[in-house]
Design a protein around this ligand. Structure first.
Ligand code: F6P
Length: 324
């Protein structure tokens, strides 16, 4: 290969810029040309492609979001769209693609790679940490710290006013953020999509903690928690059944996706970018770069999109013990 394209796709996450920088600089190191594709697959279709040199990516390692912008493309879901995208890459003499994104972006990349026999490598970038084959995705560590700091602040009010707070964190299909920020911020209960605690048990547990003398309570709820109720319905239900509680709701939302990446995410992004280019130089394709037990690994994209990263039983057990 001689020329590599890099792009970001799907929801942004802190650390994407650090990964772009690493891909661009690894190309420079190995004397490959590099181009950046703006706005993910849509930009590829529209040939929104610019050359990128090592100097073009200075001072972006500390920035949140993505300088290459991100988008979801309906057109890329069609064979006509993918053909246009392939022609744009050929026009720019690109021979390999690095996609920084989540499972939807990887599925698109895999189909594209198989249809046009085009080398594609994925770098997992999402705050959800839900990608199979890697212990950590880019942005997850930063999002955890952002959410935990805010929950700590909410605890101040909860404790000053003896209140019960329901705090909703992101994770439509994944409880990683809820479970880990919940443990980190000392939440009384944590509701996640992977486990159904049931409303009755929630009431029992809150009642127990009130009787045990706790002055405030925090329940961290993942966006897609299994009870099926949204965070406001949950709060109403608890307020009706446990009138002793003064209940409030806080939805953290997109603040969790922004901000300067943590040192962990910057270093991980740098490692993943280097590994992506080294895999391409080793003639590998249709792989995702992952980190397992602190070693960089290559995982088949097919496996990465087929399954979800599972929450460990051990961490669930810790959250149970901590809420005693
Ligand atoms: O996948 C990342 C994520 O932030 C999820 O946690 C959340 O459910 C979703 O994206 C929100 O997506 P959007 O920004 O499109 O509303």
């Amino acid at each position: 290969i001689r020329k590599v394209a890099v792009m970001t796709s799907g929801g942004d996450s802190p650390g994407m810029n650090a990964a772009i920088r690493s891909v661009v600089r690894s190309c420079a190191y190995y004397k490959l040309e590099c181009v950046g594709v703006y706005r993910g697959y849509q930009g590829m279709i529209e040939s929104d492609i610019v050359p990128m040199s090592a100097r073009d990516v200075h001072h972006i390692i500390q920035k949140g979001g993505t300088v290459l912008k991100s988008a979801r493309s309906k057109e890329f879901r069609t064979i006509e769209g993918r053909k246009k995208a392939y022609e744009s890459l050929k026009e720019h003499k690109v021979d390999a693609l690095v996609v920084i994104g989540g499972d939807g972006s990887f599925t698109g990349g895999m189909i594209f790679s198989q249809e046009f026999n085009f080398p594609v490598i994925g770098i997992p970038g999402t705050i959800d940490n839900d990608i199979f084959g890697t212990d950590y995705t880019l942005g997850y560590d930063t999002a955890l710290n952002t959410a935990m700091e805010v929950i700590d602040k909410i605890r101040d009010t909860a404790s000053s006013h003896n209140r019960l707070f329901f705090v909703e964190v992101m994770g439509r299909d994944s409880g990683f953020i809820a479970l880990n920020t919940g443990i980190g911020a000392g939440a009384e209960e944590i509701l996640i999509p992977e486990e159904n605690m049931g409303l009755e048990r929630l009431l029992e547990s809150l009642e127990k903690s009130r009787r045990s003398g706790k002055s405030s309570s925090l329940v961290v709820v993942a966006e897609g928690d299994k009870t099926g109720a949204n965070v406001f319905e949950l709060a109403d239900y608890v307020e009706k059944n446990l009138p002793q509680y003064d209940v409030r709701v806080s939805v953290l939302g997109h603040m969790q996706r922004g901000g300067s990446p943590s040192c962990f995410d910057r270093v991980l992004a740098s490692r993943m970018g280097v590994k992506a280019i080294e895999l391409l130089l080793d003639s590998q394709s249709n792989k995702m770069v992952g980190v397992q037990n602190n070693e960089m690994v290559a995982v088949d994209l097919e496996n990465a999109v087929k399954e979800h990263h599972k929450i460990s039983k051990e961490i669930l057990r810790i959250s149970d013990i901590m809420s005693v």
